[in-house]
Design a protein around this ligand. Structure first.
Ligand code: NAP
Length: 244
């Protein structure tokens, strides 16, 4: 895949991996559109990077996904890449009654949204000479971390649907990539931490992006990075070690 001259929609571009990709893709010479729920962040990002286009959208709402899709096609008809990046992570103790609203929101954001958005864009992207869907899964797709059971399950499901999508689109111009990050130093899961300013640690976002772009340029479609490579290879053999 060429990494210049594209028009790219990144869901969840207000922080972390999405923002990192937005900045990098812009620098490389792409048109970049990001979306997210936090309007204050979108305004600040637009100030910092006037070249990044911003749209407010809550991808956990089906109606908002449909509106996002028609807005992007109307305003940025050259769109040829969709990056499904928006994600949330909740800790969940399944030994006592779970909060069903949180459960639904995690599944809707991490799994339903990428599947629905991809389906809304697929026909449009297929008309482009070169196009791509890039799904951000996780090393936890290959072996669950029991503290975040539903998060891990949504990422396993995203890995699975990405394989099926790649198969369904095999005769089109759309390349389907999956980036499976290891722990990356972002805000993900900050609501789980007592000190919200603390990160859960992990590799810098720039390291993830360097590795991902190198692989995408070589048309490597499944891209586990760092520790996620071991998880991809050995899968659930890692379960006991990870969950000690
Ligand atoms: N960090 C890691 O260790 C790690 C590891 C493996 C995979 N990942 C995956 O990488 C992706 C990005 O996460 P991150 O680490 O960069 O975390 P992050 O800094 O918390 O970023 C998450 C992004 O998703 C957006 N988002 C969440 N819910 C949304 C919704 N309903 N509608 C629109 N946007 C929404 C957030 O924007 P708003 O809050 O403004 O809506 C934010 O821009 C996620 O899919 C995550 O699962 C992360």
């Amino acid at each position: 895949m060429k990494t210049v001259g594209n028009t790219i929609l990144i869901t969840g571009g207000t922080s972390g991996i999405g923002l990192g990709f937005a900045e990098r893709f812009l620098k490389l010479g792409n048109r970049v559109i990001i979306c997210g729920r936090r309007e204050n962040r979108l305004v600040q990002i637009k100030k910092d990077h006037p070249g990044i286009e911003t749209l407010t959208c809550d991808v956990s709402e089906a109606k908002e996904r449909a509106i996002l899709c028609s807005k992007v096609m109307g305003l940025f008809p050259a769109i040829n890449i969709l990056m499904n990046n928006a994600g949330i992570q909740f800790q969940m103790n399944m030994t006592t009654p779970v909060n069903v609203d949180m459960l639904r929101m995690e599944i809707e954001t991490n799994l339903t949204a990428p599947v629905h958005l991809t389906s809304l864009f697929a026909g449009y992207l297929a008309a482009k000479e070169e196009a791509a869907v890039i799904n951000i899964s996780s090393g936890l797709a290959f072996s669950p971390y029991a503290v975040v059971p539903v998060y891990s399950a949504t990422k396993a499901a995203l890995h699975s649907v990405t394989m099926s999508l790649r198969y369904q689109l095999r005769q089109t111009s759309i390349k389907v990539f999956e980036i499976a990050p290891p722990a990356v130093d972002t805000e993900l899961g900050h609501q789980n931490r007592s000190d919200k300013s603390q990160s859960h640690g992990g590799i810098p976002v720039s390291e993830l992006i360097d590795a991902s772009l190198q692989a995408m340029e070589k048309n490597i479609f499944e891209i586990p990075v760092g520790m996620a490579k071991d998880l991809r290879e050995k899968g659930e053999q890692f379960f006991d070690l990870m969950n000690k």
